[in-house]
Write a protein that binds this ligand. Sequence first.
Ligand SMILES: Nc1ncnc2c1ncn2[C@@H]1O[C@H](COP(=O)(O)OP(=O)(O)O)[C@@H](O)[C@H]1O
Ligand SMILES: [Mg+2]
Length: 235
Amino acid sequence: MSPPDRGTEVICEHVRKMFEGGRIRALEDISLRVGAGEFVALTGRSGCGKSTLLNLIGALDRPDSGTITVGGQPLAEMGDLAAYRARTVGFVFQFHYLIPTLSAAWNVQIPMIGLERSGKERVEHARRLLADVGLGDRVDDRPGVMSGGERQRVAIARALANNPPLLLADEPTGALDSATGADVLALLARMREQYGMSILMVTNDDEIAHAADRVVRMRDGRLVPATPAEAPQSD
Ligand SMILES: Nc1ncnc2c1ncn2[C@@H]1O[C@H](COP(=O)(O)OP(=O)(O)O)[C@@H](O)[C@H]1O
Ligand SMILES: [Mg+2]
């Protein structure tokens, strides 16, 4: 459907973020690059700043200093961040945040509303996405009758609704048992193969992290330099 090289490059340079008037230094000096179409896992203890970094890249919040550039465009210079969030970024969280009163197909259509697709195209695209994530026969079901893994699949279909070149996933398997988590991870990897988007995924699970092309670790608001064993081979 989409060309396989449509991921976008993310560059963070010297990003800092504090909370509570500087008492909490969430991000100290983060410089990180995610290549176009690359799948990067971000790990580290609870509270080290992973979600804060993801939220800044997703323009849900702004850094105090430093720059974040996505697809060559600095976020600070983008006039319409709502359009950036709607078209460039797909979000998947630990909890699915589906609307309980709506069917799977309607949940997946929500991000498409107000953009160029007609109502009929929205329905067709939602059905196609749900088939892609293995839920072609569940389009009319509400989240309440689905398993945790199925709900997260719907959330992934919703995140992909506008074909975003960047997927940000914050502990997408964190609320699932390990077998279901592995299935959801395999789905993310397959969606990357199919759609070619870049993925930055936060996880606390080393096994999950190692499915990515590269693992980046954080500690206390900073990136931990790769150890020689983790660094790319130079030969
Ligand atoms: N909106 C906020 N207000 C105040 N403190 C926050 C806020 N968001 C995050 N923090 C703090 O910033 C630090 C990093 O948090 P977070 O990015 O959520 O870590 P992680 O996702 O790695 O667990 C923590 O000390 C957290 O309590
Ligand atoms: Mg977090």
